[in-house]
Design a protein around this ligand. Structure first.
Ligand SMILES: [Fe+2]
Length: 221
C-alpha cells in the first residue's frame, strides 16, 4: 500500500458542500408510466492492482481530467472530466494481478469528442507521453483511435463523421451492407492524418470513408 499516492490537499468545509438534496426533478407519484431509459452513461469503475498509479495517471492525462476524491480506507481514485463528480474510478485491488489477454467483459470504453481536431490533438499529446493507439480507423460512421490503458483495457477516442441522427442512419442502413466493403479498408496511419490535417485538408474529406480509402490507396494516409 505504500505506493499509493498521498491524499490530495482538499480542505473539507461546510460552506463547500450542499446541505440538503437538490434533485434535478421530482416526479409526482404515479406520473411515470413507462420504463425510463437512462439520461446518460454515468461512470465506470476499473479494478487494478500493480498498475494503480499508472492507471490514475493515464486517465487524468487522457481526459485532461481532475481527481475529485480518494478513498484511502478502500483505496480508489475518483476522476472526472466535466461537472459530474466522477466518470472513472480506479480501484486498487491488492493481489489481483494483471488483466488476462483474452478476457470476457467490456471490450472497450468509447469517449466522444466534438471534432477531428480534438481527437488529433489528443493523439499528439498521448504520443508525446508514450501512449500510442494500436488501431486507427474510419468506420464510416465514426473516426476512431483505440488506445490501451496500462492494464490493457481498450479505450476509444472517437468523433462521429455526421451529426448523431445521420450517424445512426448510416449505422442502421449502410455500415454492414455489401457496398460498404471490408471494415479494415478504413485503417489509416495516424501520423499521416495529422500531416494532412495540419496541411489544411478539410474535415469533410478526412472524415469521409471513401476519401480516406482513396488517400490510403495513394499512400497519403
Ligand atoms: Fe467503439
Amino acid at each position: 500500500m505504500n505506493e499509493l499516492p498521498p491524499k490530495s490537499g482538499r480542505t473539507p468545509g461546510p460552506d463547500m458542500v450542499p446541505t440538503q438534496p437538490n434533485p434535478l426533478r421530482q416526479d409526482a407519484p404515479g406520473s411515470i408510466t413507462e420504463m425510463p431509459s437512462p439520461s446518460h452513461m454515468g461512470h465506470i469503475h476499473i479494478n487494478t492492482d500493480v498498475n494503480y498509479q499508472a492507471m490514475v495517471d493515464f486517465y487524468i492525462k487522457l481526459f485532461n481530467g481532475e481527481e475529485t476524491a480518494q478513498n484511502p480506507g478502500n483505496p480508489m481514485t475518483f476522476i472526472t472530466y466535466d461537472d459530474f463528480d466522477h466518470r472513472i474510478v480506479v480501484m486498487y485491488k491488492e493481489g489481483w494481478g494483471t488483466k488476462p489477454d483474452r478476457a470476457v467483459g467490456y471490450s472497450h470504453l468509447a469517449f466522444c469528442y466534438q471534432s477531428l481536431g480534438e481527437v488529433l490533438f489528443i493523439y499528439k499529446r498521448m504520443r508525446e507521453w508514450g501512449y500510442k493507439p494500436h488501431w486507427t480507423i474510419n468506420h464510416g460512421n465514426s473516426t476512431s483511435f483505440y488506445y490501451k490503458d496500462p492494464d490493457g483495457n481498450e479505450v476509444e477516442t472517437v468523433v462521429d463523421n455526421f451529426p448523431a441522427i445521420e450517424t445512426k442512419a448510416y449505422k442502421m442502413h449502410y455500415q454492414f451492407s455489401e457496398d460498404f466493403g471490408p471494415m479494415k479498408d478504413g485503417d489509416f496511419d495516424p501520423d499521416k492524418m495529422v500531416e494532412l490535417f495540419e496541411a489544411g485538408m478539410p474535415d469533410t474529406i478526412l472524415l469521409d470513408r471513401n476519401e480516406v480509402k482513396r488517400l490510403i490507396a495513394e499512400g497519403k494516409l
